[in-house]
Ligand binder design. Structure first.
Ligand SMILES: Cc1cc2nc3c(=O)[nH]c(=O)nc-3n(C[C@H](O)[C@H](O)[C@H](O)COP(=O)(O)O)c2cc1C
Length: 80
């Protein structure tokens, strides 16, 4: 059963029913941009076979981080 595909309501098809839960990484640089280490972590997780990877903390407001090293989608820190 876990190896069976799953179609989400949006139409995306997951290749299996295994999912990595969201886990904070703290691997962005001080400006909130992803680092090579964060890319490598997701490369390893991506190769692990899970049908879905839920990302860790990706903050939409750089003034309200969960911890240093969060990825920030807000305007660049230099402009805040
Ligand atoms: C953005 C985000 C980051 C999270 N980071 C962690 C974490 O670092 N460690 C952890 O144990 N759970 C973390 N969680 C919670 C887990 O992803 C998960 O929801 C929790 O362990 C409950 O799992 P369950 O719903 O399968 O019981 C995070 C959740 C979110 C939404």
């Amino acid at each position: 059963m876990l190896d069976q595909p799953l179609t989400l309501p949006c139409g995306a098809v997951l290749p299996n029913r295994l999912a990595k839960a969201a886990m904070t990484e703290g691997l962005a640089d001080p400006l909130g941009s992803p680092t090579a280490e964060l890319e490598q972590l997701y490369r390893v997780w991506g190769a692990g076979g899970c049908g879905m990877l839920l990302s860790g903390n990706v903050q939409v407001d750089g003034d309200h981080l969960e911890r240093p090293g969060n990825v920030i989608l807000d305007r660049p820190a230099m402009a805040r």
